[in-house]
Design a protein around this ligand. Sequence first.
Ligand code: UDX
Length: 434
Amino acid sequence: MSARQVRSVAVIGAGYVGLPTAATLAHFGHSVVLAERERSRLAALRVGRMPIVEVGLDDLVAEGVAAGRLTFTDSAVDAVTGAEFVFLCVATPQSADGSADLSHVESAAKEIASHLEPGAIVVNKSTVPVGSASMVEQVIGRPDITVVSNPEFLREGTAVLDSLKPDRIVVGADDARAAAKVGELFSSTSAPLIVTDTTTSETIKYASNAFLATKLSFVNALAGLCEEVGADARDVLLGLGYDKRIGFEFLRPGPGWGGSCLPKDTRALLHTASEVGYDFSLLAGAIASNDGQLSRVVGKVEAACGGSVDGATLAVWGLTFKANTDDRRDSPSLQVVHRLVELGATVQAFDPTVDPEADVPEDLRGLELRGDPYEAAVRARALVVLTEWDEFRWLDFARVLAVMAEPSIVDARNLLDPAAVRRMGFRYTGIGRR
Ligand code: UDX
């Protein structure tokens, strides 16, 4: 990258979005100051420890720090001083009514407003509803400052890869020159650049997640139908995936979709639709179908225990919302587990990212946490696989069988080989699989 393309960038918020974004922009050659107000997070970063689990993130951060292109501060005001671009990467949790809570975006904008360099470009990377760029512009209240929407499409667990090699870069601005400047920050990637207005850009982000969620609801519902008609969902989905218009991505049935984005963003889009009086019943159906999927999985566990889990000891493998992350926000695995506990089961749970010796976090109260998958299986009436951690495939199932009270597996991720575990003497139930 030539020297004249090096830009000074501030990133506000060192979370799942801000940290990979800052490290990637530093990798592209820009000079990046990352602001994080949470002391423990900042302290960890300063000694090279990553506050989140992300493959390759430690190396990318270390590279930026060693090159002097990535520095950290606890002050958003310090970060924006001297910055030509300011990326807002703060959290937008869900409010009680399903809409996105913009209070962090608003307070960050207020805090930096009078400290921004003349003509600085504020880039909104947090997931925000349609109309938020103009809200931020109003909060900042300066005619020389443009607010640009540049949504992120990072998946947890592969965020580094996704930000180094994005499928596309979307930039929404009502000022075409500002949009072009933001696009140039990413010129080292060969990703297609979509330049549009802010409203369209903000809609693209929600539309992507709502589409993925709807695709998964379809896949899960289809797997349910396969069970009823006696078809094998695995082969049905193979047959679908080879059609290039459908593709293999997001075609794996599971206990329902979750995580910090899909549930929140689908509800927020539905909320936006209802605000403008638009009947988006298809999306409402996808959300309802996802709740139904959790119930179907609970029903499978009940069936595996002879009709009821009341008083039963169950082994659970996996609590995070998907593999390769330590995130349990809106985790379908955890929702299934809590329903099982409500129905009277004792749940012995193992997850590679949960330390049973540490203080029990609030979302895991009521569970018996175990330090390895075999311990979790001891005296269990059924083993329930809820997150697709690859290591579960390679365990010693003879040892699992020996410690369980009943040889029963409910595999809510279709992770295991049904024929292999059946040969060993297990009863096996997957999702849509014979
Ligand atoms: C998602 C989007 O993919 C990303 O573009 C956006 O920026 C943030 O939200 P993430 O939350 O990390 O990313 O999770 P993702 O990998 O998309 O999975 C979402 C949910 O769908 C998980 O619960 C996952 O287990 C489930 N899923 C995914 C399936 O059940 N089957 C699949 O085939 C794929």
